[in-house]
Design a protein around this ligand. Sequence first.
Ligand code: HEC
Ligand code: HEC
Length: 334
Amino acid sequence: MNACGPRRWSVRCIALVSMLIVCAAAAAQYAPNPPSAEIRAAMAWAFPLNPPANPDAQPPDMHQPLHVPGSARSYTLAQYDDMFGAPDWWPQDHLPMPHIVAHGRKPAWACAYCHLPNGQGRPENAGLAGLPAAYIIAQVKSFGSGERVGVDSPIAKVMPTEARNVGDADLKIAAAYFSKLKYQPWTRVIEVASVPKTHIAHWMLVEDADSAQEPIGERIIETTTDIEHTELRDARFGFIAYVPPGSIARGKILATKGDGATQPCIACHGADLRGVGIIPPLAARSPTYIVRQLILFQTGGRHNAAALPMQQEASRLRLRDMINVAAYAASRGP
Ligand code: HEC
Ligand code: HEC
């Protein structure tokens, strides 16, 4: 291994040096930035972590049948829990699901189990409906290669595992399916000074039983008005996001004009934030998901080559900017 010894600028040496330069460039691109204090504080609502399961809880009856009002279908809890068969209460609402989406292909899980059959997703994962197919494929590849990583939590390991398990042909089929679906209005965005107190269950914020209120502060509280209904994975039952008063108007300025330091989001994501080419849409998407991604761009968790412009953009955003711009984007029609 002395190919680069004195006077040995051989072909091997040049190859070695070029390789080191390429590695150094790649390493430079992935420079995880420690999150600022305000971002660390935001993790509690932007990346909700389930509390550990209660070891004393009674195991549920796995044969009990589950129903959603109006749907002719019924699933037992065991069927519902099967990650190789996503509950599909409203098959008439979407295109026929390909096998990988509806059932997965062992060991790859069914995409629809988490992202729902109509691709609308939930705040803890992502809406896939209407995303460009090439973008979906590229992101799954980035999860698989370690170029897109979340914070250290079990849920952040889900997509990297799925990405390593799904074959290229199935990924292409799944991407084509989700890209053909039209994203529907899914999250009601409401400006309020005071919000219901929440706790974390099912990887999301859930209203406390005592209906107590607290100031919203610098947060987005994305939740459901009926957690039992949400947990049935009824793909017709969406979410509600409380955002700080005035955030939508402030976010509009940031999105459409920029603030001097940042470029307007519409410059790349399109005038209505509905995406352009492979650049994904932001309109009507979960505001918690948007903030989480902005944090990941800022802290280096998303560091694939295509993420570079977003890393730069996000590096200039304070937490309040992220909240404002996410509130605005989420409040737009899809
Ligand atoms: C067990 C749950 C689960 C399953 C199954 C699953 N995903 Fe995901 N997916 C997630 C989570 C959680 C995220 C959000 C990661 C984040 O916030 O960075 C996500 C994010 C994504 C994204 C990023 C979306 C964006 O806007 O950038 C894509 C693309 C994706 N998944 C595709 C798929 C495909 C295709 C399948 C099936 C082959 C699949 N997922 C199966 C949980 C899942
Ligand atoms: C210079 C172009 C550019 C500008 C300006 C820009 N973006 Fe992006 N954005 C991108 C690209 C490119 C991607 C896709 C990155 C990838 O493919 O990994 C992206 C992705 C994103 C994502 C991830 C979406 C998803 O589905 O995971 C979010 C969120 C986002 N941008 C928000 C914003 C916001 C908010 C602004 C304005 C403050 C903004 N962007 C401004 C180019 C831009």
